[in-house]
Design a protein around this ligand. Structure first.
Ligand SMILES: [Zn+2]
Length: 390
């Protein structure tokens, strides 16, 4: 098993090299369309037959196109033909992204340099590596795709990197995680994750929003959207940090509640917007946990959230009145505990009994949280004090 990630590098290029790459790109896409048309008209997506039929002809007509790029184009065209099952003709635009195989694209992540084959020989470029990509420096580089953003007149290299996933943690200890508002996450290992600042920041935004909403002008609406995005980025950043810490804990399996639960919603009796935001944030924590757990070779399971807040984690007695706000007090055995911690322990217990598991970790769909974290306001300092509870 391997873990694959794609990182996006912004390339610094001279104007001359940009022009060269643009010409290379448009020629490549033109050739792609020719090859695809051949395959489409002849009902074939076989690399061998397409190669024999088109290679020398295209080499003759486009001698400046490096043969390694041409081979890459042919491979992508064959995959595209296969993908659409000959139902329609695959087409590329002038500046559609082009794939570079390892041989034609030498990336040195440590030196932050890359050389790319082009119609005018090798083009050399540098790229800054953002801080959050530094962990990937030692990963194996797979394929790269060159993309061009017309509006920004900027080239990006999307690099797929790989590392073998670590052996799954041997101990199958299960960590239960309860998600909430005040405590963003509470784990069955007695760890409370909350952000001191998140409440203040949210209050600040709520105030600003209310003020702007009452104004109702166009510029106020524009500002409103900007503020909402800023708030989202902040919550994303906090979620990222919390899930990182939880995923690193010494447990092989992370158990969480199934998000489709109604209980999670009913617990959040607040302003409509907060409710919405929290739902989104709950879901995000789960995504981040899956993503990070995968890198540790751990799995995430979801459990049926029924009664996790009403059930006593010590004796198993279920009674609605056991829980009062933040505290849990079992009427049967007298056990007392923080309500969220009780829920987290129940989640861990349910995770152990296989029956209650709803789904096993589904393959994670790459989520570029780093991208989402970009431009976060430096004034928010994340603070997640660990409070031990008994
Ligand atoms: Zn009890």
């Amino acid at each position: 098993m391997n873990v694959d990630r794609t990182i996006k590098l912004k390339m610094d290029l001279s104007e001359y090299d940009k022009e060269t790459l643009k010409l290379t790109m448009s020629m490549s896409n033109h050739v792609f369309n020719e090859i695809a048309r051949y395959g489409f008209e002849n009902h074939t997506c076989s690399m061998v037959s397409i190669h024999h039929a088109t290679y020398y002809d295209i080499r003759g007509r486009y001698p400046e196109l490096p043969c390694s790029i041409l081979q890459g184009i042919r491979d992508v065209a064959c995959e595209a033909l296969k993908g659409v099952e000959h139902k329609k003709l695959p087409k590329s635009k002038q500046f559609s992204a082009i794939r570079y195989n390892k041989r034609v694209c030498n990336i040195n992540l440590l030196d932050q340099t890359v050389t790319l084959a082009s119609i005018k020989g090798r083009v050399k470029a540098t790229f800054p590596i953002p801080e959050y990509y530094k962990q990937y420096l030692v990963w194996e580089i797979r394929t790269s795709t060159l993309g061009y953003n017309k509006q920004q007149d900027t080239f990006y290299l999307h690099v797929t990197i790989r590392k073998p996933s670590p052996e799954p943690t041997r101990d199958n200890e299960i960590l239960g995680i309860d998600r909430g508002i005040v405590n963003i996450a509470v784990t069955s290992s007695n760890d409370f994750f909350r952000s001191k600042s998140i409440k203040n920041v949210r209050a600040k935004y709520a105030y600003l929003r209310a003020k702007l909403q009452s104004k109702g002008t166009r510029s106020a609406k524009k500002l409103l959207r900007k503020i909402s995005r800023k708030e989202e980025r902040f919550v994303t950043w906090v979620n990222h940090n919390i899930s990182k810490e939880i995923a690193a804990m010494p447990y092989g399996v992370l158990a969480i509640e199934d998000l489709t639960s109604i209980r999670v919603q009913s617990r959040m009796k607040g302003v409509k917007f907060t409710k919405k935001l929290n739902n989104w944030s709950f879901y995000q924590i789960e995504q981040f946990l899956r993503y990070k757990a995968e890198a540790f070779g751990k799995s995430v399971i979801t459990i049926d959230p029924c009664y996790t807040s009403q059930k006593c984690s010590k004796c198993g007695h279920i009674y609605k009145g056991n829980r009062k706000g933040n505290s849990f007090h079992c009427v049967k055995c007298g056990f007392q505990i923080h309500a969220d911690l009780n829920a987290a322990r129940n989640i861990a217990i349910l995770g152990k009994s296989g029956d209650s598991r709803r789904t096993v970790t589904s393959p994670y769909i790459a989520c570029d949280y780093a991208e989402a974290c970009k431009g976060i306001d430096a004034e928010h300092s994340y603070n997640a004090p660990h409070l031990s509870a008994g």
